[in-house]
Design a protein around this ligand. Structure first.
Ligand code: MN
Length: 281
């Protein structure tokens, strides 16, 4: 099982000014890095690709919508959403990332979703659009992992079960789930059972502590998670997606207002030590 970390512990979005972080992440001993790229210009992408090649890190592209949303009722916003996700698939292909992870449906809170007919319509629309985008990604051998988020970040997919139903309707071998221990700690009765139930649909796992701090310092049921991952023969990557107040836009989006356990470098070191111990072998 590959163990990685999100570059957003230090910086966000990822770009050609952030490249030193890659070597640092490799030197800590991680196998993989996850980041979101908003500047998709040729120069920026080429510089990132070049730097990645100088490491042995596997790379996972995170999806974070700047514009566009597959759940919108506005035609232009939907169009921008489809363009964003398809472009993300292209970026995956270019960088050699086999997976696009995150809230690929477009995360936001639409209180009109309390009316079941409104939510169902948006859901159906997202299913159809992700069938089309998923087929596009399948042609490039790239997986798409949709991430349920906690109730303060979306009211579309909050639980693993909702997400399993959603991707089952899309019904493509390369469209599955990205679960996250921080969100699950708020929304699931049992993280261990949620992972078991997700089974083969689970492609990718974010493993921050329950407060978004360093894995191993809080209440997350790490033994239960390790057991479930073994039971479902999980072959994806586990990614430390912890937060810090030093990463610009993502600190604001994620409400990372304070330092957690240690400064970011020490969080990475301690987190990796714990994850290796818990999840190796
Ligand atoms: Mn996450």
């Amino acid at each position: 099982m590959k163990i990685g970390i999100c570059a957003s512990l230090w910086t966000y979005p990822f770009n050609m000014q952030s490249l030193d972080i890659l070597k640092k992440i490799e030197n800590f001993g991680f196998d993989a890095v996850e980041f979101s790229i908003e500047d998709r210009s040729e120069d920026n992408l080429a510089a990132i690709k070049e730097s990645l090649k100088k490491t042995n890190l596997a790379c996972i592209l995170g999806s974070s919508f700047v514009e566009g949303n597959l759940l919108s009722s506005d035609a232009n916003t939907i169009k921008a959403g489809v363009k964003y996700v398809k472009e993300s698939v292209d970026v995956c292909e270019y960088l050699g990332s086999g997976i696009l992870a995150g809230p690929v449906y477009g995360s936001y809170i639409n209180t009109d979703f309390l009316v079941p007919a409104v939510k169902n319509k948006a859901r159906q629309q997202a299913v159809e659009l992700l069938k089309e985008i998923g087929a596009y990604a399948l042609g490039k051998n790239i997986k798409i992992a949709a991430e349920p988020l906690n109730r303060y970040e979306t009211n579309f997919l909050n639980t693993a079960n909702e997400a399993v139903e959603f991707v089952s309707e899309i019904n493509l071998p390369n469209v599955g789930l990205n679960l996250d221990t921080f969100h699950m700690h708020m929304e699931e009765k049992s993280i261990k059972k949620a992972i078991l139930n997700a089974g083969e649909h689970l492609f990718h796992l974010h493993v921050p502590e329950n407060d978004r701090g360093t894995p191993g310092t809080g209440d997350v049921d790490w033994d239960g998670i390790a057991e479930s991952l073994k039971n479902i023969n999980f072959s994806g990557a586990i990614i430390m997606e912890s937060g810090s107040p030093y990463a610009g836009e993502i600190s604001k989006i994620g409400a990372f207002w304070r330092s957690y356990d240690y400064p970011p470098d020490k969080m990475a070191e301690e987190g990796l030590k714990f994850l290796r111990k818990k999840f190796s072998g």
